[in-house]
Design a protein around this ligand. Sequence first.
Ligand code: NAI
Length: 286
Amino acid sequence: MRVERVGVIGAGLMGSGIAQVAAYHGCDVTLVDVDEVRVAKAIEGIRGRLAREAERGRISPESAEAAAERLHGAADIDDLRSVARVEAVIEAVVEDLDVKTRLFRRLGEVCRPDALLASNTSSLPLSDLAAASGRPERVIGLHFFNPPWALKLVEIVSTASTTEETLEDALQFCRQLDRVTVQVKDTPGFIANRLLVPFIFDAIELLQTGVASAEDIDLACRVGLNHAMGPLATADLIGLDTLKAIAESMFEEYGEPRFKAPTLLRRLVSLGHLGRKTGRGFFRYS
Ligand code: NAI
């Protein structure tokens, strides 16, 4: 199955990045969110990033322009008729099971019968979303990494109902988007976040117990462990609200203290310091 048209639901950090990747690789993309302003802002952001990539010589100006033209917006998140004819949907709304369940129920009603229905969830049970859709055999997890235009990995997540054909279609779609894939069963955190989240939480513990400064914790990991980014800067990049939501569902599922969100993380979220997206998290951003 070659995907010509993609619906991306959720125009936040991940949705807008995934929309950029799909448009750049030749898909006609409909990007959907709760209101017109948010959608327009996301599309403007993607166009800006594509233009900057072209200026830096990483992509050609023609391909940047062509990708920008393939992006369309819609604000019908409840109705979703704007994605009724697409071959593949990727859901990337907030990490909230009720919100995602409602959405998959509606996708099941409105999408064409052969559409691939994918979620970008990091930690919520994909099987619940599959059941809600009424067509669990076509539901799959496509877990992109942040930022999607720079990090090529996609974790492909299957439930007990995902068919071989759906998995094949998902693999083909990821090849079309020039992604590197790994396959994993429906478990909270899959591979990468299951390893990463406890690591970030240990870094937060070091900070909140005064063992070392945020700068030094990250410096130790970058220079001593050769990590591209420190754990606290990574948390800020993920978004502290998203990280907290991911931790909550992992803790609920596994019941292990290592997945429990540290106090400092919860406090920062309460104060609205969500990381890069609000200009302040463990670090400050201008
Ligand atoms: P975000 O907060 O940047 O964007 C979420 C979007 O969902 C917003 O644009 C918001 O308007 C929209 N939305 C739609 N319906 C909504 C409703 N009823 N209530 C509230 N918001 C609603 O979040 P982000 O980071 O893009 O995460 C989206 C999904 O991607 C989550 O499932 C998350 O677990 C997953 N993910 C996040 C990564 C990260 O590093 N932030 C990495 C990989 C996956």
